[in-house]
Design a binder for this molecule. Sequence first.
Ligand code: NZQ
Ligand code: ZN
Length: 388
Amino acid sequence: MLGNFTYCNPTRIHFGKDSLKHLVDELASYGKNVLLTYGGGSIKKSGIYDEVVKILTDCGKNIIELSGVMPNPTVDKLYEGCKLARENNIDLILAVGGGSVCDYAKALSVSVYCKDDPWEKYYLRMEDVDNKIIPVGCVLTMVGTGSEMNGGAVITNHEAKLKIGHVFGENVFPKFSIMNPVYTFTLPVYQMTSGFYDIMNHITEQYFSDSDDCTSDYVMEGLMKSLIHSSRIAVENPEDYEARSNIMWIATWALNTMVAKGKTTDWMVHMIGQSVGAYTDATHGMTLSAVSMAYYRHIMPYGLEKFRRFAVNVWGVDPDGKTEEETASEGLCAMESWMKEIGLVMNISELGVTEDMLDGIADGSFICDGGYKTLNHEEIVEILKESM
Ligand code: NZQ
Ligand code: ZN
């Protein structure tokens, strides 16, 4: 049975090759002071920076720049942004980059006027926002996180060895996001494929929960099939517009909160992957691929029926003459082959994890109970050992 829910997604999406032109109309709704935030410089190399600055200047905006948002944005960078935004009375935060820059912009939007320490309030105590929020707009350059159309904002605290995501409410979702698939063509292959697995895992985190006949599961099967198909094309030819545009849109759908509605959802791969990220600062999607096979093989017996359905409906496994378990296992093997085929990292040692970190990584993995099996500390350590 579909659970009860309230649904609203307030982000306006402008999608396609000439979508940046819509920035002009969007800017009209906001005051003069725009905080332009971006990462380590990829947007300067690709020319997106110049295009955006020209539009902002033509629209008469006063640009305040905040560059250097790192992959897996840190709490120290958040404090730096708060100071700059407070000094400049910002009307709009414009994020130009990938999930890290978009997440950072959202975290900043709720932190600038926060009377408390934002890390403690939002990330340790998981409290709601009760202060002024600065509106955020995004120009997306990397595909995977779904950050362009959700309220998530993941922040890393290296000192505490914690990487935590806060899922904020509708009022923190980007007001608009500009999505031009061509902007993703310059991504290094490692980042591109990491994003592909991030998308796949967002879907499986939501798919592998509950046992009822839920319409979201059918939608997710379609999204996964489309992703598998287009990812193979994109790996062969990263400039295939059709494949890259399909993948960009799948990523948004995978985590724009729609398919989660009415489901309990799992998220344990993300919890373990994020903790791996806190210890290694590794690329997000690769932290997920590296622990996934051990995790899914571990929980498969507890959700056998769904794993069987996954094998048949997503991977085309023929169930004839096979036990439920054989079919389910074949599905996971098919996923593993696809992961290797597109070049994902399949173990955590490759990401810099050493034996002495395993206990700490397990400690930093928040335990969720929406999947088929609520893990305990020892099981997480076991999964990590198997992922070495
Ligand atoms: O910093 P620059 O120079 O821009 O380089 C970036 C970065 O090094 C580069 N890049 C981005 N677009 C590019 C490009 N290089 C060339 N051409 C382009 N068009 O790619 C690198 C990675 O970018 P990043 O933004 O870090 O990647 P991603 O989009 O995967 O974001 C990862 C962050 O999002 C969080 C992750 O935990 C991680 O911190 N997540 C956010 C979620 C959400 N909001 O719902 C959910 C996800 O599960 C995830 O946790
Ligand atoms: Zn993710």
